[in-house]
Design a protein around this ligand. Structure first.
Ligand code: PLP
Length: 444
């Protein structure tokens, strides 16, 4: 057993002064058992916990880190920026450079406004869509997560799903009265009272669910026919699937984009952007108000720019290729391990990948592919993920502590890190298989 005494002590202190001991529920170990490890430092693919254990980290701040932890170029950019002051309340060259870097890379995205989180980006994009169309209703897909603003906390993925909350308490019915929640991967009918359709173009908050072939083009057409705006929430996929994110990957161009995570290089940034004529509704030009004291923060824009400049199409391609092969080997290794129980065929691992995004789930053998939140929920309900998670963590490999989160191999994960992960996963799965066999025996 790895020592975790110091993390335990930090957790005791944390729960005394921070609700649940965590500042975001996805960091809680509630759904997997035990208490979180406390991180003292990170470097590349690794983090070290408070007891000095090194973990191969597939959490990577839920996708905020693409180059790995403490990348030297990012650290240098932040240190240099900090030396010049951390916030001014006046425009800075750094925010122009980051906005240019985003617009240069994403065809159709002519302007962006910077904010401080993905939540703010999605909330503000919706406000723009409502202001631009004069309509109130919004359509979202079950299992997609768009941050924790009131109107978007219906049918949410990620931590909302992990904690079994269909929706959140504290959100008045009025706040979600105009939010229609429909199943992912089916093009819904869009009425002429709908301001916008918001979607994760590759869903990464209900495990990893790729769009079926006709889904995104179908949404584009349905929006065009009804006059609704199409919003791609690319807070995860943006600058991760490639320089042009999921819109580049799919060839479907939305009216508005939401960005976050990668574009902050590990500091708090979000952005929403789109066509110039749509964004013209924003104050100070137009009537839609949106603001932020720390928006376009100099440290955050410097970090984000350093990440975007470190990546090029070739580097994205190499990362995607390596991760695609890793996901296939991980799935095979898990299923080999699970097959060693003598009760082969009860539980099956599924490890889909899209670009450098990976999902890990366990389903009753022979289940249909997971294409929506119902499928993701059925997989989570097997309860197998927790055993996988604990087994991997015990051996020094950190996946997210919940069955609805994606895994985020970074540029810094070496072939050896990935190969070791595949090997360890096979051993963990073998242990799971013995457990499954015993349960099956007991159930007879
Ligand atoms: C993480 C995430 C958000 C929210 O971003 P925060 O920075 O956590 O507020 C929004 N949309 C998607 C798709 C996300 O994955």
């Amino acid at each position: 057993m790895a020592e975790r005494d110091r993390s335990e002590r930090w957790f005791e202190r944390a729960v005394a002064v921070i609700p649940g001991g965590v500042n975001s529920p996805v960091r809680s170990f509630r759904s997997v058992g035990g208490h979180p490890y406390f991180v003292e430092r990170g470097e590349g693919a690794y983090v070290w916990d408070a007891d000095g254990n090194r973990l191969v980290d597939f959490v990577q701040s839920y996708g905020a880190s693409l180059l790995g932890h403490a990348d030297p170029a990012v650290v240098r950019a932040v240190v240099e920026a900090a030396g010049r002051g951390t916030t001014y309340g006046a425009p800075t060259p750094g925010e122009v450079l980051l906005a240019e870097a985003i617009c240069d890379r994403v065809p159709g995205c002519e302007q962006v406004r910077l904010v401080s989180s993905g939540t703010e980006a999605a909330m503000s994009a919706i406000r723009v869509a409502r202001g631009a169309t004069g309509r109130s209703r919004i359509v979202k897909f079950a299992g997609c997560y768009h941050g924790h603003s009131d109107g978007l906390l219906a049918g949410g993925g990620s931590g909302v799903a992990t904690l079994g909350l269909a929706d959140s308490a504290g959100v008045p019915p009025g706040a979600v009265a105009d939010t229609l929640v429909v199943p992912y991967n089916v093009v819904p009918a869009i009425g002429d009272d709908v301001a916008c359709v918001i979607v994760e173009p590759v869903a990464a908050n209900m495990g990893l669910v790729a769009p079926v072939e006709e889904f995104l083009p179908g949404l584009r057409r349905a929006c065009d026919e009804s006059g609704a705006l199409l919003i791609f929430d690319e807070v995860i996929t943006g600058f991760r699937l490639g320089p042009a994110g999921a819109s580049g990957w799919s060839g479907v161009t939305p009216d508005l984009w939401c960005f976050g995570k990668v574009i902050g290089g590990g500091l708090p940034v979000g952005a929403f952007g789109g066509r110039r004529d749509v964004l013209a509704v924003l104050a100070p030009e137009g009537p839609v108000y949106q603001a932020g004291t720390l928006s376009g923060n100099p440290l955050a824009t410097a970090a984000g720019l350093a990440v975007l400049e470190a990546m090029d199409p070739d580097r994205y391609r190499r990362l995607s290729d390596r991760v695609g092969s890793f996901a296939a080997r991980l799935e095979e290794s898990l299923n080999d391990g699970l097959g060693r129980s003598g009760r082969a065929g009860l539980v099956e691992a599924r490890v889909p990948s899209v670009g450098p995004l990976v999902g890990v789930s366990f389903v009753p053998a022979g289940s249909d592919p997971i294409v929506n939140f119902d499928g993701a929920t059925r997989a989570a309900a097997t309860g197998r993920y927790a055993r996988f998670f604990r087994g991997m963590l015990e051996r020094g490999i950190a996946f997210a502590p919940g069955p609805y989160e994606a895994a985020f191999p970074s540029v810094a994960h070496s072939d050896a890190d990935l190969a070791w992960t595949v090997e360890v996963a096979g051993e963990v799965a073998e242990g799971m298989a013995a457990e499954i066999a015993a349960e099956d025996e007991a159930g007879r």
